[in-house]
Design a protein around this ligand. Structure first.
Ligand SMILES: C[S@@+](CC[C@H](N)C(=O)[O-])C[C@H]1O[C@@H](n2cnc3c(N)ncnc32)[C@H](O)[C@@H]1O
Length: 343
């Protein structure tokens, strides 16, 4: 996973090229402008050699800072940078585990680090960050994000050629939209992508100063999870998704011959009488699809797994293409699928 960063050669290679990353300074400048210079406590997640934390402390003259990183080699470089500086505390911690208790902060920043966490962990981490911000505190993540298409990803790699950077196997890139959606769902306000150059983006949100409003009435939805690795035509995907969506009704009809609205669960009735809210997410393998299936079953949710007969595609092989979860309360489904990318 993230073990690359415990290797001194990997760390040295990154530090040698990091200043050559195109437009990095523009991203950092935009980040600095988001954090009030009156901030008193700053946390830098995945601080590396302390480069961003040093900029933050220069920008916020009254602040103390905490730099957190998992890599001993990186922390050694940060220790050298901050030698004799009593404004800085360095903490060794792997962000794959919940953040340690470090108190609360006016600003939490991170540059090019959180994309090394798995997607579900990114979402959890964003919620932990929200909890550790003072009301009104700001979170800024200058991040390596996913491209919209493989062709755009290739153009990014082309643009990075001059840096001697190679694709880091510990990258877990995720698109901007999904991450901003998570920020909003968690409760951040003023959520936006303030700067972007190809796969480098500044994502930011603020913890509200006022208490969060009463939660909205429970939303009912259905989530369709589609395999993206099969590279199905759009029409095929729509057909499979439609099949999955209606299966909670059609399979029951086939079994029971007839059903009344009253035979359905409260959530199913609310969904049918409402707007039929549907969300489509993607997974990248059959294994991932089945993992989601099993987690939904464990959570007691209605799941319909679709296996295409393979008559027109997939070389005659019956193939699991997608599944539908729900209709069910949105928060129950989100606990299973909330980390997935939208299709
Ligand atoms: C690309 S470097 C960025 C370093 C620094 N923030 C910068 O902008 O130069 C990624 C950093 O994230 C750290 N990192 C990666 N995965 C981590 C994890 N799971 N927990 C803590 N730190 C992690 C690495 O050790 C490394 O210092």
């Amino acid at each position: 996973m993230t073990s690359e960063w415990t290797r001194p050669d990997h760390v040295a290679n990154y530090l040698a090229m990091k200043d050559d990353v195109p437009h990095r300074a523009a991203g950092e400048e935009t980040l600095l402008a988001e954090v009030p210079s009156s901030s008193r406590r700053i946390l830098d997640l995945g601080c590396g050699d302390g480069h961003l934390l040093a900029m933050m402390l220069a920008h916020c003259p009254e602040a103390t800072g905490v730099g957190l990183d998992m890599s001993p080699a990186m922390l050694e470089r940060a220790r050298q940078l901050f030698a004799g500086n009593d404004r800085v505390t360095l903490v060794q911690h792997n962000m794959d585990s919940p953040l340690p208790d470090l108190g609360t902060f006016d600003g939490i920043v991170s540059s090019f680090a959180i994309h090394h966490c798995e997607h579900h962990r990114k979402r959890e981490l964003y919620a932990e960050i929200f909890d550790r911000l003072q009301p009104g505190g700001v979170f800024c993540n200058l991040e390596h994000v996913d491209s919209a298409t493989p062709a755009i990803h290739d153009r990014f790699l082309e643009a990075m050629k001059g840096t001697n950077d190679v694709e880091d196997p510990s990258n877990r890139l995720l698109d901007v939209e999904t991450q901003l959606r998570w920020f909003r769902e968690i409760g951040f306000e003023d959520v936006d992508c303030h700067w972007k150059w190809r796969e480098l983006a500044l994502l930011s949100g603020r913890r509200p100063t006022a208490p969060a409003p009463e939660p909205a009435p429970q939303r009912i939805k259905q989530v369709i999870v589609m395999r993206h690795d099969l590279k199905m035509r759009r029409g095929k995907q729509i057909a499979q998704g439609a099949h999955a969506s209606m299966s909670f009704l059609s399979r029951r009809l086939q079994r029971e011959g007839t059903i009344q609205l009253n035979d359905l669960t409260e959530s199913q009735r609310a969904w049918i009488n409402g707007a039929f809210a549907k969300i489509c997410c993607r997974v990248d393998s059959e294994e991932e699809l089945l993992e989601i299936h099993d987690r939904a079953v464990e959570a007691g949710l209605e799941v319909q797994l679709i296996t295409d007969s393979g008559r027109t595609e997939f070389h005659g092989q019956p193939t699991r293409t997608c599944l539908a979860i729900g209709p069910a309360p949105a928060d129950e489904i989100d606990a299973v699928t909330g980390h997935l990318q939208l299709l």
